[in-house]
Write a protein that binds this ligand. Structure first.
Ligand code: TEU
Ligand code: CA
Length: 578
């Protein structure tokens, strides 16, 4: 049997530097803070850490607007601190991957400053510049595309009298991947600089947006505005395979892995190509099927829990199908990241009597799904969304504030509309993942030292007394202890749980998720109760063959023929070899 690559069996822990741990009391997380908690991370059973952008940046979009790929945002630390973090991670037997953000830079990057300085600057073509079109004498952008953060994707540049493209904020101009010289500069500065320093791979931001194809007007899907959703046009353009092949020449020199972020890609055939081993485009991708369940293109206009369990299961089935024979591809398992609200709140219940059960059941479910497993900081202790009572001023994300401003402008500050906007942010805003990590019941929840000189940059949660890492480490009944147990089981039954074939055994069931995992003729069963009520397990008798034995339940006081509210279980065939 050929040896499996490390990134298939590894469990990845995602770190958001601003909110993980503040070592020097300025209210902002930092690299020394991360280094100080590497033993904690290792103790969870994690094999790989992923660091969200720690590069020099004006922080318009929390570091996804990079000013200098070869430097570190000073409040986080220095390049030397990064070298130490890489060494300390490796010394503990873990790998480290970074965020590669090269669809766009900051508007303060020296490349863009040159590009915008004149129409004949040698770097003019490094970004995407277009002349205006004039409609009845009125200046209009080249097309009607809406940016991911509301408004047009085109920004008028007064000085050089052209528009430039930005799929995200105006402060995040898109690089022109059509230009070979630009691509070479990207590889050298953003990739090789860090590969030479020993990083093991990249989470590749918005990777499917490099090739934009023809930039024609998008169809009108939102009559309330001039600017229209164009995600299916600017994602997965005609030159993607070529660009990725070129990138892989660099990555191969360092044996580096990739996990590419793939928004707006419902076409599973295309996803299959990205992750196919033969195609060598990306090792794996993050699809949005599961985390976007129930959402249209305008996520905040969705009401909470606007999906059925069969829809949720369907999304999981699509991602699991990526490894179904005869596929030579690979897949990922995740419910959270820095762009999502908390999974307990979204997919189970954050009511006090249910949150622990919900967190454990999701841990069990995730640990039983095939593919590389990603955990986001705080998920391992069951952190939830912040409360509805928090005012709009606590939301710091540009995505949230732009949405709220858009609603205000469109409805002329209609109080009901604004209340609805606040409510949808309470459910879905990216801010919920970005509050300081709850380490303990010390001041600032242990995120900053007690002698801190500034408040944490985002308000710490008020529930640290019932949810913090320190207490959970010594509590046998905690979400954290359960995650550790599940990750051990996942390693022990690696073939079945990480590589097995997934089958949903009761697609239409609105309350219970029951799926099997099969590897070389052996089949495990996973059952999860997604309701807050007891459910009979009788239906299982028909599915479960006599030889099955309970491997694990997510509740302590288990009842034989009943599933408790938010209980999950895994059954194994008797005599299975670990
Ligand atoms: O996100 C890209 C993306 O398409 C979405 O997840 C985006 O966050 C969403 O449309 C907003 O509602 C990546 C990063 O993960 C995100 O943090 C950055 O803001 C974005 O790229 C720009 O770099
Ligand atoms: Ca700090």
């Amino acid at each position: 049997v050929p040896q499996r690559p490390w990134w298939k069996d590894g469990v990845v822990y995602q770190i958001y530097p601003a909110s993980f741990k503040d070592s020097n009391g300025d209210g902002i997380g930092d690299l020394n803070g991360i280094i100080s908690e590497l033993d904690y991370i290792r103790s969870i059973g994690v094999d790989v850490i992923w660091i969200c952008p720690m590069y020099d940046s004006p922080q318009v979009d929390m570091g996804y607007d990079i000013r200098d790929y070869e430097d570190v945002y000073r409040p986080y630390g220095t390049v030397q601190d990064m070298e130490r973090l890489i060494a300390e991670t490796h010394a503990r037997g873990m790998k480290i991957i970074l965020d590669l953000v090269v669809n766009h830079t900051s508007d303060q990057h020296k490349w863009f400053l040159e590009s915008r300085s004149s129409q004949d600057n040698p770097k003019r073509d490094w970004y995407i510049w277009r002349p205006a079109r004039y409609v009845d004498g009125e200046r209009k952008p080249p097309n009607n595309w809406v940016s991911n953060f509301t408004g047009s994707v085109w920004e008028w540049d007064q000085h050089t009298q052209e528009y430039y493209l930005h799929l995200f904020c105006p402060e995040q101009p898109d690089l022109n991947w059509e230009n070979a010289e630009t691509r070479r500069a990207i590889y050298k500065s953003a990739m090789e600089f860090w590969l030479k320093r020993g990083v093991d791979g990249f989470r590749v931001d918005t990777v499917n947006m490099y090739s934009k194809g023809e930039m024609l007007d998008a169809p009108v899907t939102d009559p309330g505005t001039e600017w229209q959703f164009a995600g299916y046009q600017y994602c997965n353009g005609p030159r993607m395979a070529e660009f990725l092949a070129e990138m892989n020449q660099i990555l191969n020199k360092y044996n580096a892995m990739t996990v590419g972020e793939c928004p707006n890609t419902p076409d599973m055939k295309r996803v299959q190509e990205y992750v196919s081993a033969r195609e060598k485009q990306l090792n794996m991708v993050f699809q949005f099927d599961v985390v976007d369940v129930g959402q249209g293109p305008y996520k905040f206009q969705t009401t909470p829990k606007n999906y059925t369990l069969p829809q949720f299961k369907g999304a999981i089935a699509r991602t699991q199908a990526l490894i179904r024979a005869p596929s030579d591809g690979w897949t990922t398992v995740f419910l959270e990241n820095h762009d999502q609200s908390r999974s307990i709140t979204r997919f189970t219940s954050d009511a006090p009597q249910h949150r622990v059960a919900g967190g454990k059941m999701l841990a069990l479910m995730m640990a039983a799904l095939s593919g590389t497993l990603f955990i986001y900081q705080g998920q391992e202790i069951g952190m939830t969304n912040f409360p509805e009572t928090w005012e709009m001023s606590e939301y710091k994300d540009v995505d949230s504030s732009n949405y709220y401003k858009m609603v205000a402008a469109r409805t002329k500050h209609d109080p009901d509309a604004l209340e609805a906007a606040h409510k949808s942010l309470q459910h879905l805003a990216r801010d919920h993942a970005r509050v300081p990590m709850s380490w303990s019941t010390a001041p600032y929840n242990g995120f900053s030292p007690p002698e801190a000189t500034a408040q944490p940059w985002m308000r710490p949660l008020e529930d640290a007394a019932v949810c913090n890492a320190k207490q959970q480490q010594s509590d046998k009944a905690s979400v954290l202890t359960f995650w550790k147990h599940m990750l051990q089981l996942r390693k022990q039954y690696n073939d079945l749980l990480v590589h097995g074939q997934y089958d949903d055994l009761d697609v239409e069931n609105e309350h219970i998720f029951v799926f099997s995992k099969t590897w070389q003729g052996k089949t495990a069963l996973c059952v999860c109760n997604f309701t807050d009520r007891v459910q009979s397990l009788e239906f299982l008798e028909a599915l479960r063959n006599e030889e099955m034995e309970l491997l694990v339940s997510s509740v302590d006081a288990r009842v034989e023929h009943e599933l408790a509210a938010y209980e999950g279980r895994i059954y194994l065939p008797a005599h299975v070899e670990a």
